[in-house]
Every structure is written in structure tokens, then in C-alpha cells.
Design a protein around this ligand. Sequence first.
Ligand SMILES: Nc1ncnc2c1ncn2[C@@H]1O[C@H](COP(=O)(O)OP(=O)(O)O)[C@@H](O)[C@H]1O
Ligand SMILES: [Mg+2]
Length: 246
Amino acid sequence: MAARSYDDALIARDLYRFFRAGEEETLALRGVSLRVARGETVAVVGPSGAGKSTLLSCLAGLDEPSGGEVHVDGVRISHRPETERARLRARHIGVLLQTRNLLPHLSVRDNVRLAQGAVRGRPAAAAEVLLDQVGLGERRHALPRQLSGGETARAGLAVALANSPAVLLADEPTGELDGGTERLVLRMLRDRAEDGCAVLLVTHSPEAVLIADRVIRLDDGQATETGGTGARTAGPDVREVRHGSG
Ligand SMILES: Nc1ncnc2c1ncn2[C@@H]1O[C@H](COP(=O)(O)OP(=O)(O)O)[C@@H](O)[C@H]1O
Ligand SMILES: [Mg+2]
């Protein structure tokens, strides 16, 4: 990966997200700021309804915050038309959602190739190489419905990594996996961070929290940094957003 002049691949500044459904108004995010450096793994924890999925959607540019900004890989992704957000997401972000990111009528390999086709130029790694890395080389011609739960999780990860993203965002990536597959997926996330990716995962899993350098707790739309669990050396300080570029 080329050298970069900035360390924080993901910066969110003062995010608000307001929902209105009929008479009902919900402030799902109330001024959330965070940053994730290259090579860092951050876990986001918190009770159901705290705003975790809303936060992840805003970070991924799948949703627009009502206020605040998101910068990814030095580029602002928030407050742009949806097509532009999709283009930036394809290039800079890998997304693993609870609803899996596989198209049912395409083979595993063609799912990866489809993701790669969304970005101009040659992919950094061939689909076959990526599938070998997640242990699915032999299953590349399988359709999603022919995969086991663990294989589906790994295929989803291969799609998320299709374009060597600077930022990897995952919503409960190990939620329905058995212990062995969970460890495998977590190790793969950790490996990506070691390769310089900024990894942010929403999770309830104690195992997943253990691989994180830092833990951010969301409660009722507000974030507090609770400090790392010692996976690596990152300190427990809450780092301020100093600037935003792009
Ligand atoms: N599209 C939406 N329309 C209305 N309210 C929503 C929508 N998405 C989320 N919410 C509300 O925002 C709050 C946070 O939801 P969510 O981000 O899904 O929480 P979590 O992922 O932490 O369980 C909840 O009160 C939820 O009902
Ligand atoms: Mg959620």
C-alpha cells in the first residue's frame, strides 16, 4: 500500500441523525465524534437502540447524517449525492452488514468481481487470491445459498475487501457464528488492520472486544471512549478531532 500523509483513515465529526416517523421523532445520534487510524481496530459497543447501526451507516455513506461530517481516506463522504457516496464507498470502504452483502444469483467469485467492477482500474488483488485468503478458494464457484454460515461470513468478508479498502466497517460480523468461525473472522479483521486498514466493528461479542485497540461505547446516541482492552498499545485517551480535510 502506498505511503499516505495522514494517519486517520476514518474521521467522524459531531454526527447527528434525526429520524421522524409520523408523530415519532428519534435523535439516534447526538454529536458523535470519532477517529480510527490506519492499522487500528476499534470496537463500538452499546445496548440495542443506542444508534450503533445508524452510526455505521453514516460512516459508510449509506445514510446521510443530519449534521456533522464523515471523512474517509482524506475525502469527505457525507453531504454528497448518493451516487457519489456509492463511488467513494466502493473505492475506500469495505462494508460488512448484518444483512449479508452477497447477491444470490452470482457465484462467490463473481460477487467479488462485481464489487471490483465498481472501481475503475485493476483490482489490487485478483478475486481468486482474495478467496484463497479467506479459505474459500475451493468454493469460488458456489452460490451463496450453497454456503454454510461460516463460509457465508468469509465470502462477505472477501466482498468487503474486494478493493483493498482503507476503512473496513462491520456491523456484528460474528453475530451468528460458532466460536471457531468467529475466531477465524476476527483474525482476518485483525490481519487487515495489521496491513494498514482502519477497522471499526459494532459488536456484542466479548471475543471481538478483545481484539480491539480501543472501545467506544454508544448510549442513547452519545459516544464515550472506554479505553482499549490491551490488544495493542493504543492509549485510552479520547482523541480530539483537530481538523478535517477534503
Ligand atoms: N430508518 C429509521 N427510521 C426511524 N427510526 C430509526 C430508523 N433507524 C433507526 N431508528 C431509530 O434510531 C435508534 C437507533 O437505532 P439503531 O441505530 O438501529 O440502534 P442499534 O444498532 O444500536 O440497535 C432507535 O431508536 C431506532 O428505532
Ligand atoms: Mg444495530
